[in-house]
Design a protein around this ligand. Structure first.
Ligand SMILES: *Cc1c(COP(=O)(O)O)cnc(C)c1O
Length: 395
């Protein structure tokens, strides 16, 4: 098998325009702290309907700053979904907070608003309510934000949406990122995500105070804004007001991201076409295809299939047949609480059974803008062989 036969589960789509934009920046005066980052921030804010956007070198860094901006520190509790990339939980640990999880909905695989309510009721009794809840829009499909927001009002927690998968998605007709149900929403521009800046992330918010806090902390805790300085001896002058980090995005990254943003709708349209084609190709397979909730328009970051409950032991075999045939299937996600690090914090197998059951049976099939129908047909054919070889399906 040549390298080009391999079909990954996700991959960036880079155009000549993207390349030209990065080269243009490389020949310009600014490789960092220039007009491209500002332009990318403004374009994202406009696109998702938020007042402020702050770029950073990754969604992980931005999630960290989002937690800090909401005052998360030692002794606080932050809850998220177990079915996510570790970064959704680690951001709270960076701040010294305790992490806990809320089990997922068995159909959307998103943090369940019902389970959240149950957990809040008992946390209120025990005086262990969370300061922040981080719903993750798994595979690009929005969580039930109206319900989660309602609970945040009743129980007094803040909300950070981890929308790493979800730029361009919608919830109840509104763009994910307008923050009507959250304090801060965070996007990732890692190459497997919907649009890429190679590495990069962005926070959007409608709060002046949170935006300022995030921006200051992304640039070493410093400011040059004239209305914030204690004195103004000259143009060279800046002040450090707090202990921050260097979490800045480069100009090349921003130029790539901005160029990619112009094709966001095209990318999502392609993913929806591929989604429909998989439904057709796989309709007679004894597997569960991804469910799309009413009122959501997913950006379709992932295409997770589920093996039947009684065939879960076959998952490893199916994975291996696919991989050996050059299909880059992957598993999203290993429940975060089962990671050795989180086990040292006291979590155990069995703590979040729906996420664990989902994990034991899932495989993500390739889904990305440049995936061809011929490649999808090959995926379906090899998946059929894999299911037959592992007795999930008869020949
Ligand atoms: C990719 C991802 C992140 C981290 O994004 P980076 O930009 O790679 O730091 C966080 N949360 C989720 C759900 C992700 O998928």
């Amino acid at each position: 098998m040549t390298h080009s036969d391999f079909i990954p589960y996700g991959k960036q789509s880079i155009s000549d325009d993207d390349i030209a934009e990065v080269v243009r920046v490389l020949k310009s005066d600014f490789l960092t702290q220039g007009p491209s980052v500002t332009g990318f921030e403004q374009a994202i804010a406009e696109r998702v309907g938020a007042q402020f956007a702050i770029a950073g070198n990754s969604a992980t860094s931005i999630l960290h700053l989002a937690c800090l901006a909401l005052g998360v520190g030692a002794g606080d509790r932050v809850w998220t979904s177990p079915n996510t990339f570790i970064a959704s939980a680690n951001c709270a640990r960076y701040c010294g907070a305790e992490v806990d999880f809320v089990d997922i909905d068995p159909r959307t695989y998103n943090l369940s608003a019902e389970k959240l309510e149950e957990k809040l009721i008992s946390a209120k009794r025990l005086n262990t309510l969370p300061k922040v809840v981080i719903p993750v829009h798994f595979a690009g499909q929005s969580c039930d934000m109206e319900a989660i927001h309602h609970l945040s009002q009743a129980y007094g927690f803040a909300i950070i949406e981890d929308a790493s998968h979800a730029i361009g998605g919608q919830y109840k007709g509104h763009p994910i990122g307008d923050c009507r149900y959250s304090d801060i929403c965070v996007f990732s521009f890692h190459p497997v995500k919907i649009i890429t800046s190679a590495e990069g992330g962005m926070a959007v918010t409608n709060s002046t105070k949170l935006a300022k806090h995030i921006r200051t902390h992304a640039q070493q805790g410093t400011t040059k804004a004239s209305d914030e300085l204690t004195q103004s001896p000259g143009d060279w002058y800046y002040e450090q007001h707090t202990l921050g980090f260097n979490y800045r995005m480069t100009e090349m990254q921003a130029a790539l991201g901005l160029s990619q943003l112009s094709r966001l709708d095209q990318f999502i349209e392609k993913r929806h076409q591929q989604f429909k084609y998989y439904e057709k190709l796989l309709k007679d397979f004894p597997i569960t295809l991804p469910f799309q909730a009413e009122d959501t328009h997913s950006s379709l970051h992932l295409y997770p299939i589920l093996l039947p409950e009684h065939n879960k032991a076959a998952r490893k075999g199916v994975f291996e047949v696919l991989r050996h045939a050059g299909i880059g299937t992957q598993v999203h996600y290993i429940p975060v609480h089962t990671q050795p690090y989180y086990q040292t914090l006291g979590f155990q197998l069995g703590d979040f059974p729906v996420a664990e059951d989902y994990y034991s049976r899932t495989l993500s099939l390739p889904l990305f803008a440049d995936l061809t129908t011929a490649q999808q047909e090959r995926v379906a054919l090899i998946l059929k062989h894999a299911l037959i070889a592992n007795r999930v399906m008869s020949a």
